[in-house]
Design a protein around this ligand. Structure first.
Ligand code: PAF
Length: 282
């Protein structure tokens, strides 16, 4: 595996690979790899000739006061893990190589960013779509893979690719969880031992809601109120950012669960904000 820091160099290599008929996959990440990231590498490793993993903690998707400065980072550790899982190239640019001081071009999908994380983090998805568009233009992948834990991000990226005719196939990967049910996240390192014991109840609550839907409940308000009470009762000290039921593609709020529906939550546990989701009707 080689480590590349210069976007121009990566673009040159990728264009050359493509001209030789080789297929290329991109795994965009912000690093501090866990099994969730590594399973993304495993999945595309089987599909293409060259796997590029990007590691860039993208400043434009963090608002002031969020955890940009403390975001866990260990290039040496990540390089070793990516190499062991068969990545060919680790792209780890400096901020100055990805953004000019007078950067002024943005890619936005505002309609899908109204609810869920877009509501509490209004600038977030503009930063995500802009960096992902830049990564696509730099790495020139045939396919790119994203985890379904950030479901709204995945829906937004799919819409961006569709609307801008980007020649990239976007693949979603199911959430990877600990045996306890806690969705893997680089931010789990912030959790105290007590918080780590409580965090799996986030998924437990979502599963209860799916059971209610399976038994015939279809009122979104009844379902979200039930989940809110469950978290209040069972995860003391937690603070709900949102609990919403949305259309999985359009990310608009649903009043009734009749067709495909996603229940998505964001919960503050101590100083950590955790997100999770479950398709409650397919
Ligand atoms: O999901 C992430 O880690 C980031 O949002 C992404 C897609 C790498 C863009 O910075």
């Amino acid at each position: 595996m080689i480590i590349i820091k210069d976007p121009k160099e990566l673009q040159k290599i990728s264009l050359k690979l493509r001209s030789q008929g080789k297929t290329v996959a991109l795994v965009p990440t912000m690093g501090y790899f866990h099994e969730g990231h590594l399973s993304l590498i495993d999945t595309v490793r089987e599909k293409v000739d060259t796997v590029i993993v990007s590691l860039f903690v993208n400043p434009t998707q963090f608002a002031p006061g969020e955890d940009l400065d403390n975001y866990p980072h260990d290039l040496e550790r990540d390089a070793k893990l990516a190499c062991e899982r068969g990545a060919d190239i680790l792209f780890a640019p400096e901020k100055s190589k990805m953004y000019y001081p007078d950067h002024s071009t943005w890619v936005e999908v505002p309609e899908l960013a109204i609810n869920l994380c877009g509501k509490s983090r209004p600038e977030h998805f503009r930063g995500v779509t802009t960096i992902v568009a830049k990564l696509f233009l730099t790495a020139q992948p045939h396919i790119a893979i994203f985890g379904e834990k950030d479901w709204q991000q995945l829906a937004i990226i799919k819409r961006m690719v569709r609307d801008l005719n980007m020649p990239v196939e976007v693949i979603g990967h199911p959430i990877v969880r600990e045996a306890s049910g806690l969705a893997l996240s680089s931010r789990n390192v912030y959790l105290s031992n007590t918080e780590k014991e409580l965090a799996p109840l986030i998924q437990k609550g979502l599963r209860n809601i799916k059971d209610m839907v399976d038994k015939g409940e279809s009122e979104a308000l009844t379902l979200t109120s039930e989940l809110r009470s469950f978290y209040q009762k069972n995860i003391p000290g937690s603070r709900v950012d949102y609990i919403e039921i949305v259309d999985p593609d359009k990310i608009n709020l649903l009043e009734k669960v009749s067709g495909p529906a996603l229940c998505a939550v964001a919960i503050h546990l101590g100083k950590t904000r955790l997100i999770d989701n479950l398709l409650i009707k397919v």
